[in-house]
Design a protein around this ligand. Structure first.
Ligand code: C5P
Length: 224
């Protein structure tokens, strides 16, 4: 077995802080693998809904789920979301809905679910390197990562970005509702007992509210 250390850059932060775009740009530029851990949780929520598996049944169906839970990511092209491939099918638009986001946030608070997802996430750490996007990439999953970035932005700005993204996917969502849902999800993610959303002590925190993606990349590069 090779002892080669695989470089990892973690990008954590709340929804709409720009993690997806920045992770995608870095993965494309460096030609590294990408892990969109939020999409991994979303795919699990989607799969459980599809198979009508409730949280109470998760333990007993774990083997069945594990055998079928094969997710791949394709960074795609800048301006479009990172592609989520599940069972050889592109399910990107099916998992990037507000309905799935809500279900996901509830599921992701469960230790049983987090324990299941943990090894799945580490499987993405393959050569030449990994860009890991999520909430607990730097604090829990890739604690040894050399570079840890925490992106943040004001709730209003994040809701605005999310609205633009949803519009592109063809969904119209009311800004007030979106902001409220985002704040509820933030609260759940930051206040949960297991792996709450917070910056790793050794992370670089960047407020992206008034930066464009290129500006964020520039800030990150200053710290690499
Ligand atoms: O980033 P995204 O909006 O796709 O994440 C969906 C949800 O998945 C988040 O609101 C959060 O509850 C959960 N999540 C998590 N840990 C991660 C990534 C996402 O708990 N590493």
């Amino acid at each position: 077995m090779s002892n080669k250390i695989i470089p990892v850059i973690t990008i954590d932060g709340p929804s709409g802080a720009g993690k997806g775009t920045i992770a995608q740009m870095l993965a494309l530029e460096l030609d590294w693998n990408i892990l969109d851990s939020g999409a991994l949780y979303r795919t699990l929520a989607f799969f459980m809904a599809e198979e009508a598996i409730s949280l109470d049944q998760f333990q007993e169906k774990k083997k069945f789920i594990k055998e079928r839970f094969k997710v791949k990511f394709d960074p795609g092209i800048v301006g479009e979301p990172v592609k989520v491939i599940f069972r050889d099918e592109d399910i990107t638009n099916l998992v990037r809905t507000e309905e799935i986001a809500k279900k996901t946030s509830e599921l992701a608070a469960e230790p049983l679910i987090r324990d299941f997802i943990k090894p799945c996430q580490r499987e993405f750490m393959i050569e030449p390197g990994l860009i890991a996007d999520g909430r607990d990439m730097g604090t829990v999953i890739f604690r040894d990562a050399k570079h840890k970035i925490f992106l943040t932005a004001s709730p209003k700005e994040r809701a605005k970005r999310r609205q633009t993204q949803l519009k592109r996917q063809g969904s119209e969502v009311n800004m007030r509702v979106l902001l409220q849902e985002l704040e509820e999800r933030d609260k759940k993610d930051t206040e949960r007992k297991h792996s709450p959303l917070r910056p790793a002590v050794d992370s670089v925190i960047i407020d992206t509210s008034s930066l464009d993606p290129k500006g964020v990349i520039k800030e990150i590069k200053k710290n690499l």
